[in-house]
Write a protein that binds this ligand. Structure first.
Ligand code: GLN
Length: 542
């Protein structure tokens, strides 16, 4: 086997142009050439993990199998690669420093001066090579968060430089740059990309490939220009225009032969790229002329639509995968639940949707409005899917309005509720008192046993599944009997029967009313949509 190869993906000019998708797409291409591929994300934040970052600012917190709370790009990698990635594949500045400081305190540096350079980049490199080994990867992608020229990520670029200095033939650098077309000029301008390439040079790195992100495909003239000024071959400037769907990206890159170029850069044998399964999925994704309208009900986010979509990206993608598999499209509308608290008449807008979904969440804001929406969906028989908080609130609504438990609530909102239907999990109380919040929820994959004859069992087609979690509260065991007697079916539980993992209503009373304590959205993949999302979409399409 050839020595392991590394591709650093860095961003030029500005952020938010899809570096995560670009890295994922490159991963898919190299994998489709038969190279075992893994992907690493570096976030230049002091936060030790993404669990303490606000999703409305940073985007979704993506939970890995092993429970690590990471950036949404890890979700993109898993979806594009169809792989399960471990925590070693995600690092932040905080995580790296924490480890170096821990070692220093343990005298592991044997009394020498521990310095930012080289000790921090060396720890970054150690993590990269560990991830490579864990995956036994031929190709390891490393996406460096932020933009070149920023103060924050310089230490990670230094790690790239040091790795390349050590293995000059095994490290490649891809720069994703933005090529604007200013309205008043009407022409593609390459100057910002030229500056970005020079900034990269100033930290000792040279781009091998430049992905030219722009509204439209880049023309030959601009390719030549970027090539000359950025010191690369013109064919290594890859067109990266805006696309209808992120899943088009690998196919687009391959039109410019990106996979073979990367093989050349890394000294790998050029192998044919087999994207046939991917192409079939993309083709199917465009069949859906009928769009299913899903209302995502939650608390109001003032940060605007764009960020909102990012906060629920795995939910959105999971809905897409499920819809595409049924030759359908999907449209999401984000509805503010606080509006229902002020004006309950507004709830009737839910009649315009084929399904209602309540995603995960925390805290009290807008919750009464969500509960009102759940009641509406239940009574009007609109398919309802609740994820984590959405399952807990489904249970509360049922307790209050069907089981006759007035004032039922979650202890997260009201510790003194007359009926704490949702209560803090054993062991969590202590953590909350100590304000020990970081990485302490019930996190990661746990098994779930399904009850025969239920919607969940029918959808999964098996008796035991494993799903990813991120929560501190659970259905209070003291109320399980009362709720079951009132008709709520706990169709999935932990193997010991203690934790309620899925709650649903029988098909006889409602077409689809189901909530999961876990986050099924994290396991949906383009080529293998999640069974519960498929079941929800099927119900919504009727
Ligand atoms: N806030 C709830 C809990 O901590 C639900 C969490 C979530 O939706 N991820 O249990």
């Amino acid at each position: 086997m050839a020595s392991p190869k590394y591709i650093f993906v860095v961003g030029g000019v500005m952020s938010g142009i899809g570096k995560g998708v670009a890295s994922s797409a490159i991963g898919r291409i190299m994998q489709s050439k038969g190279y075992k591929t893994t992907a690493i994300k570096i976030d230049p934040y002091i936060n030790v993990d993404a669990g303490t970052m606000n999703p409305t600012e940073h985007g979704e917190v993506f939970v890995l199998d092993d429970g690590y709370e990471t950036d949404q790009d890890m979700g993109n990698y898993e979806r594009f690669l169809g792989e399960t990635l471990p925590s070693i594949n995600y690092m932040t500045t905080g995580r790296v420093y924490q480890e170096v400081i821990r070692r220093e305190r343990n005298l592991e540096y044997k009394g020498k001066n521990v310095e930012v350079v080289p000790d921090i980049p060396l720890e970054v490199i150690r993590r990269i090579t560990e991830a490579q080994k864990a995956a036994n990867a031929d190709v390891t992608l490393i996406e460096v968060g932020g933009t070149i020229g920023e103060y924050q990520n310089i230490i990670f670029l230094e790690a790239a430089r040091m790795l390349k200095q050590k293995y000059p033939h095994d490290v490649g650098v891809v720069m994703l740059s933005y090529v604007p077309i200013p309205g008043n000029i009407g022409e593609m301008k390459t100057k910002p990309t030229q500056y970005a390439a020079r900034s990269l040079n100033s930290v000792g790195l040279q781009a091998d490939v430049i992905l030219a992100r722009a509204a439209v495909p880049i023309d030959e003239k601009r390719k030549e220009k970027i090539a000359i000024f950025c010191n690369i071959l013109p064919e290594r400037v890859i067109s990266a225009p805006d696309v209808e769907s992120i899943y088009d990206v690998p196919i687009n890159y391959e039109k410019d032969g990106l996979g073979d170029i990367l093989c050349d850069v890394l000294g790998l044998e050029r192998r044919p790229t087999d994207l046939s399964a991917w192409e079939a999925f993309v083709k199917k994704s465009k069949n859906g002329s009928k769009k299913i309208n899903i209302a995502v009900v939650g608390k109001y986010f003032e940060s605007g639509e764009y960020v909102l979509a990012d906060a629920y990206i795995s939910v959105l993608e999971a809905l897409k995968h499920a819809a595409y598999s049924q030759d359908l499209g999907v449209k999401l509308s984000y509805l503010d639940s606080e509006g229902y608290e002020q004006d309950p008449a507004k709830l009737s807008e839910l009649k315009n949707y084929d399904g209602v979904l309540v995603p995960g969440g925390f805290g009290s804001r807008g919750v009464e409005g969500i509960i009102a929406a759940i009641q509406f969906a239940r009574e009007q028989k609109i398919p309802y899917f609740g994820l984590c908080y959405g399952m807990q609130l489904l249970t509360i609504e049922y307790a209050r309005n069907v089981a006759g438990l007035a004032g039922a609530n979650t202890a997260e909102i009201n510790k003194d509720a007359p009926h704490p239907i949702i209560d803090v999990m054993p062991g969590q109380e202590d953590l909350l008192t100590k304000q020990d919040y970081g990485g302490t929820m019930r996190l990661g994959t746990y098994p779930c046993v399904l009850k025969e004859g239920t919607i969940a069992h029918g959808a999964y087609g098996s008796g035991e599944v494993a799903e990813r979690h991120r929560h501190r509260y659970e259905v209070n065991p003291e109320y399980i009997q009362k709720l079951s007697d009132a008709g709520l079916v706990f169709s999935g539980t932990s193997p010991d029967g203690r934790l309620m993992e899925i709650a649903e209503l029988s098909k006889d009373v409602h077409p689809f009313m189901l909530g999961t304590q876990f986050h099924p959205e994290f396991l949906s993949r383009p080529l293998s949509p999640h069974p519960l999302f498929v079941a929800f979409i099927k119900a919504a399409s009727k």
